[in-house]
Design a protein around this ligand. Structure first.
Ligand code: V47
Length: 365
């Protein structure tokens, strides 16, 4: 019997964790409401160690945002702009290729590419983007286009989602990133991103991608106006989808950054809430292999601590992050691999350089 966890009132959850039993929504709520962050972290760390041991993954990746022109203009977003805005940008295929070419000397294995919902770029532009990147860097894995963009591209080319994904795969698409999930609750979507596709459509597209052989990630944007119950319903919907297709690789809780957004009156997230979202996700999403602590949003120091609260992945080198920085992120726009290795080693873990699909590239013993 663990008296510390008993005293924290989490004895029943510890029994379930030890037995590998699935947690209920009520368990999740109790974890979120617990005043004892160390007890919650202790439980998440059991699952983390069981699933990934001391391995802590990172990748050499490059983020490219091809355009911020967006017809959705969500309230929480500081990145999207109307076409005629002074801050609007749109890269030609040549410019994107140039960004890839400029980093050929670096051992980048993944291009992470997302953009706004552009009102008038043709479908061919997106195919050319993928082909262009593969021309410059044939071995690179392209993780591109959130489920929101995929819905838009299917409309653009007038084909069902599965066929649209097939065309994108032929052009070079390898997997989908986890963005655009926000919080699935219709209440939250109506208040913060009413033009965006629904939560159930986001999940359908992710599952369709998985059935097409494409892996994907999943996110949740927390720390704005959502309730704890709405967070848990979001996690439960992801867990159910993963039961069906097993195509999600990682879950990434995204800490809301209020600056320059339509919700700039809200406060930034706190360290305790950042850690709780990592820990609850690790405990609740029993069928997700990886939980990412995205250093760009919670800072490298908090991401390092998160490695003892359920996270087993620190994302990567990133290079030129724009979305969070337009919303006031104070972190760097890139991180060297030596820094990532140091952060992971000092947390008492083993840094493992990975590829997008979590194949081991190099273990830093
Ligand atoms: O979809 C928008 C979110 C996402 C803000 O798949 C904001 O491995 C915080 O999805 N404050 C894009 N977040 C980033 C993303 C991501 C990042 C890293 C790794 C992966 C992955 C995915 O950022 C958007 C939206 O949910 N976002 N505005 C904001 N103000």
């Amino acid at each position: 019997m663990n008296t510390y966890i008993q005293k924290a009132g989490l004895g029943k959850i510890l029994e379930k964790v030890d037995a590998g039993e699935r947690l209920s929504l009520a368990d999740g709520l109790q974890l979120y409401q617990s005043q004892d962050i160390l007890a919650v972290g202790y439980l998440a760390n059991i699952v983390r160690n069981r699933q990934n041991g001391d391995n802590t993954y990172f990748i050499f990746n490059q983020h490219i945002n091809y355009s911020n022109i967006c017809s959705n203009l969500c309230k929480f977003c500081a990145f999207g702009r109307e076409k005629n805005s002074e801050l609007a940008f749109e890269m030609s295929v040549g410019e994107v290729k140039e960004k890839v070419r400029a980093r050929l000397a670096e051992p980048i294995s993944e291009i992470h590419m997302v953009g706004g919902i552009h009102p008038d770029l043709p479908f061919d532009y997106y195919l050319e983007l993928l082909r262009g990147i593969k021309e410059v860097r044939p071995e690179v894995h392209i993780q591109a286009f959130t489920c929101v963009e995929i819905a838009h591209l299917a409309q653009l080319c007038g084909k069902p989602v599965a066929e649209t994904l097939g065309l994108l795969q032929e052009a070079g698409l390898d997997s989908l990133p986890g963005g655009g999930a926000e919080v699935f609750s219709p209440r939250i979507r109506q208040l913060t991103c009413e033009k965006k596709l629904s939560g159930s459509d986001w999940l359908e597209i992710a599952k369709t991608a998985h059935r097409q052989g494409l892996h994907s990630n999943a996110t949740m944007l927390y720390g704005h106006i959502e309730t704890l119950e709405e967070r848990l319903e979001h996690l439960a919907a992801l867990r159910e989808a993963q039961d069906e297709t097993n195509g999600f690789l990682a879950f990434i809780p995204l800490a809301f950054h209020p600056k320059n957004t339509g919700m700039s009156d809200l406060a930034k997230t706190t360290g305790i809430d950042d850690l709780k979202n990592i820990a609850v996700a690790r405990l609740f999403l029993d069928n997700f292999p990886h939980i990412k602590a995205y250093w760009v949003m919670i800072g490298p120091q908090m991401a390092q601590i998160a490695l003892s609260f359920g996270a087993d992945d620190m994302d990567g080198t990133v290079k030129e992050e724009v979305i969070t920085h337009m919303a006031g992120a104070e972190t760097e726009q890139a991180m060297g691999s030596a820094t990532l290795v140091r952060l992971i080693k000092e947390a008492g873990r083993i840094p493992v350089q990975r590829d997008t699909l979590y194949n081991v590239v190099h273990v830093h013993n």
